[in-house]
Design a protein around this ligand. Structure first.
Ligand code: NAD
Ligand code: UDP
Length: 317
C-alpha cells in the first residue's frame, strides 16, 4: 500500500513497485495528487487506486504486507491552505495506517521530513540533532505533525510491536511535480521557461539540499527492506548544499532564459539552512544518492516544458 501514491514521490514509488512485480494499492484523497501521475498504471492488473482520505477510517482493502505512508501535502503553499487538516493527516492518518499495519503484521514506513529539524542551529543535520521548531507558526502544522508521527511510530513499535521505519526526507524534485505546486524547483524552472521573473524569497542566502526523486525512491525501498536496521529515523537526502540564489542563477543560465530575479519577502519561519548528514543511511542501508543537482535538473526541465504545453486547467488533473 502506498498512501499518497498519486502525489509526486508516491507516483514514482508506485511505478517502481509495480515495475518490480509487486501488487500495489494506492490510497489518496487527491488533495495535491494528480490522476496524470498514475494514469499509465491504471490498466496494470497489479495496480489499484482507491480515492480515500486517510484521516477517515480505512476501508478493508485485503491483505497488505508493506505500507508506505507518503500522504501529506509537502509544499508549504499547499499544506498551509488547511493547516488543521494537514495536522490531522499526519496524526490521525498515521494512527489509522499504524493500526492497519498491526492488523496485517505489515511493515510500515513513514515519510517524515527534514522539517523536524526546524531552523537548525547545526549543519549538517544528523539524526541525533533534536531540532529547533516553532510550535506556533504557519509551518507548525506540518513540522509538528511530522514530529508527532515519529513519536507515534516509536510508541507503536515499543508498546505494541509494530514493524516501523521512519525516513526523514530532504527537499526532493524531479519529473511529476505539479508545476503549480509552489516549491522552489517547480517555481524556478517554470518561471525560467516562461521568461517571467524568477521569484527568490528573501535575499536567497538560505540553503537547501536537493535530492533527485529516483535516488529518494531507492532510499525508501532500501529502508523498507532493511530488517536489521535499528528502529530509528534515517535522513534521506543529497548532501550537496546550495543557496536559493545559486539555484536561481544556475537554472536561468542553463536554460538560457531571459528571466530576471525578483526578490520577494521571505516567508515566516523559513529555515536558514538544510544539509543532511547521511552517514547512518550509508552505513545501515548502503544507500547514497547518485544524481547531482545539475544532472537532475537536466532530466526535469523537459518534463516541465511539456507541462507548460498543457491547457492551464489540466495542470492540476
Ligand atoms: P505531494 O503533495 O506531491 O504528495 C502528497 C500526496 O498525499 C498527494 O497525492 C495528496 O493528494 C496525498 N494526501 C494528502 N493528504 C492526504 C490524506 N489526508 N489522505 C489521503 N491522501 C492524502 O508531496 P510529495 O512531494 O510527493 O511528498 C510525499 C511525502 O514525502 C509527504 O508525506 C511529504 O511530507 C514527504 N516529504 C517530501 C519532501 C519533498 O521534497 N518532496 C520532503 C520532505 C518530506
Ligand atoms: N523559495 C523561493 N522562491 C520560490 C519558492 C521557494 O525563494 O518561488 C525558497 C523558500 O523560501 C525556501 C526554499 O526556496 O527558502 C525552499 O522552498 P520550498 O517551498 O521548495 O521548500 P521548503 O524547504 O521551504 O519546505
Amino acid at each position: 500500500m502506498v498512501a499518497g501514491g498519486a502525489g509526486f514521490v508516491g507516483a514514482h514509488l508506485c511505478q517502481r513497485l509495480v515495475h518490480d512485480g509487486h501488487e500495489v494499492i494506492c490510497i489518496d484523497n487527491f488533495q495535491t495528487g494528480r490522476m496524470c501521475n498514475i494514469v499509465h498504471l491504471l490498466d496494470d492488473e497489479n495496480f489499484t487506486c482507491v480515492s480515500h482520505d486517510i484521516v477517515d477510517p480505512l476501508p478493508d482493502l485485503g491483505q497488505v504486507d508493506e505500507i508506505y505512508n507518503l500522504a501529506c501535502a509537502a509544499s508549504p503553499k499547499k499544506y498551509q491552505v488547511d493547516p488543521i487538516h494537514t495536522f490531522k493527516t499526519n496524526v490521525f492518518g498515521a494512527l489509522n495506517l499504524l493500526e492497519l499495519a498491526l492488523q496485517h503484521d505489515a511493515t510500515i514506513l513513514q515519510s517524515s521530513t527534514s522539517e523536524v529539524y526546524g531552523d537548525p542551529e547545526i549543519t549538517p543535520q544528523a539524526e541525533t540533532y533534536r531540532g529547533n521548531v516553532n510550535t506556533m507558526g504557519p509551518r507548525s502544522c506540518y513540522d509538528e505533525g511530522k514530529r508527532a508521527v515519529e513519536t507515534l511510530f516509536y510508541d507503536f513499535h515499543h508498546a505494541r510491536g509494530a514493524k516501523t521505519r521512519v525516513a526523514r526526507i530532504f527537499n526532493t524534485y524531479g519529473p511529476g511535480m505539479c508545476p503549480q505546486d509552489g516549491r522552489v524547483i517547480s517555481n524556478f524552472v517554470t518561471q525560467a521557461l516562461s521568461g517571467v521573473p524568477v521569484t527568490v524569497y528573501g535575499d536567497g542566502s538560505q540553503t537547501r539540499s536537493f535530492c533527485f526523486v529516483s535516488d529518494l525512491v531507492e532510499g525508501l525501498m532500501a529502508l523498507m527492506a532493511c530488517e536489521d536496521a535499528p528502529v530509528q529515523a534515517y535522513n534521506l537526502g543529497n548532501p550537496g548544499e546550495f543557496t536559493v540564489r545559486e539555484v536561481a542563477q544556475h537554472i536561468i543560465e542553463t536554460l538560457g532564459s531571459k528571466s530576471e530575479v525578483a526578490y520577494l519577502d521571505l516567508p515566516v519561519d523559513d529555515p536558514r539552512q538544510r544539509c543532511p548528514d547521511i552517514s547512518r543511511a550509508k552505513a545501515d542501508l548502503n544507500w547514497a544518492p547518485k544524481v547531482s543537482l545539475a544532472d537532475g535538473l537536466r532530466m526535469t526541465v523537459p518534463y516541465f516544458a511539456g507541462q507548460l504545453q498543457r491547457p492551464a486547467a489540466r495542470l492540476l488533473v
